[in-house]
Design a protein around this ligand. Structure first.
Ligand SMILES: Cc1ncc(COP(=O)(O)O)c(C=O)c1O
Length: 407
């Protein structure tokens, strides 16, 4: 009898998929005694259970809408939901029609579909250093040539970006608002300059706006999409393709996200969507629409207030407990703070000890770098814990770093 040789059967693109080596370690982080900054998921206490329960009940009590929500639907996504998103984008200065919007199974599916549409082996692709790991997982199935661009306090470094465009890159994946993993945001001047550069070289920017509404201080800055739209008449031209989601503002389980793009791109994406899963669950789209109509903007204010308090607790604890040799970002929104440890401290080894000795977890930063640099960096999420636990966890981590540093 012949045994199946899976290694030979698995296609080359799928062979590129490898499980993260830290995943097993982070399983330990789920134990109740561990204070985990590893997750990066929304605080479930913020999920509007009461409102959602009413939304589901009302929908199922409505003969027409209820049956419609249980039926197949079009691949583009529910027109009324796309209309809501278009109106919301318009408030932020980006005039798009519903034909410029495709509803996806979370922003993550948008990343996967854009990878399939725009990338092939060797396509030069600009990513921030560090960048969102989930995006790189989606992109890597296509074997692009990553060109990592460094970040400073104002965003991506322009000279790096220009050098990437000079080297022939025409696609850049950027997250200007409260980036995952650093929490950093681009300044207004940097946004404008990035856009001008992209326009000069005829490059496309894939703007990840997953966290753009989670802003905790100051005025929200215009997105690259909104800046690109300013003064442009034709919704089907454009430099920016933007990804959005309700995962961070409503609930992630509905898996409702979207891609906003010029129509020729949307038309191709719709075909990919048809081939992959036909459409996002009709009921999820219907619930998302009713829920945002019912609860926004009040709910977003609650979400912001809650995360602001958690962020403040984390930053205060970092200031109080971390040795001076550790630097950290001071995000104005989002869910993450980024630590840079003294040179020579490997954050993966630190994680092992943190779990063992201090019952604290974080994500080592290296995984977020396309060139696997950043050994001495860590991503800490403040979204899930309560402020007292956050403070306690940071104190424990700081104690360990002092011990490691002094050894
Ligand atoms: C930067 C970024 N983009 C996209 C996503 C995917 O979000 P979703 O698929 O839930 O919409 C995430 C999720 O954590 C994220 O952090």
């Amino acid at each position: 009898m012949m045994h199946v040789s899976w290694n030979n059967l698995i296609a080359k693109d799928a062979r590129a998929l490898t499980a993260s080596e830290i995943r097993d370690l982070l399983k330990v982080a789920e134990r109740p005694e561990v204070i985990s900054f590893a997750g990066g998921v929304p605080d479930p206490k913020l999920f509007p259970l009461g409102e959602l329960s009413e939304v589901y009940a009302d929908l199922m009590a409505d003969d027409v809408a209820g049956r419609g929500a249980l039926q197949y639907s079009i691949s583009e996504g529910m027109p009324a939901l796309r209309q809501w998103i278009a109106a919301d984008l318009a408030k932020e200065g980006a005039e798009r029609t519903i034909d410029n919007i495709l509803i996806t199974n979370g922003a993550q599916q948008g990343l996967d579909m854009l990878a399939r549409l725009l990338l092939e082996q060797g396509t030069k692709l600009v990513v921030e250093k560090p960048s969102y790991l989930g995006a790189m997982q989606a992109f890597s199935t296509r074997h692009p040539d990553y060109i990592g661009v460094t970040m400073d306090d104002e965003g991506v470094v322009l000279a790096d970006l220009e050098a990437a465009f000079e080297a022939g890159a025409r696609i850049a994946y950027l997250a200007p608002d409260f980036q995952n993993p650093t929490g950093l945001s681009y300044s207004l001047a940097r946004r404008q300059a990035v856009l001008e550069l992209a326009q000069r070289y005829g490059a496309v920017i894939i703007e990840d706006a997953a966290y753009c509404k989670l802003s905790y201080e100051g005025e929200a800055l215009p997105s690259l999409l909104a800046l690109d739209e300013a003064g442009r008449q034709d919704e089907d031209a454009g430099t920016v393709v933007q990804l959005g989601t309700f995962s961070k503002t409503l609930v992630p389980a509905l898996r409702v996200g979207w891609v906003t793009a010029p129509r020729p791109l949307i038309e191709k994406l719709v075909l990919l969507k048809q081939a992959s899963d036909l459409h996002v669950a009709t009921i999820n789209q219907a619930v998302a629409l009713r829920a945002v109509e019912k609860t926004f903007p009040g709910h977003i204010d609650t979400v912001r207030d809650t995360y602001r308090t958690k962020r403040d607790a984390m930053l205060r604890a970092l200031e109080d407990f971390m040795p001076d040799s550790v630097s950290f970002t001071r995000p104005k929104g989002g869910m993450f703070v980024w630590l840079t440890l003294p040179d020579g401290i490997d954050s993966r080894a630190l994680l092992e000890r943190a779990l063992e000795e201090e019952k604290v977890a974080f994500v080592p930063g290296q995984a977020f770098f396309c060139d696997k640099s950043g050994e001495n960096t860590c991503r800490l999420s403040f979204s899930a814990g309560d402020p007292a636990r956050i403070r306690e966890g940071i104190e424990r981590l700081a104690n360990l770093i002092r011990r490691v540093h002094n050894q």
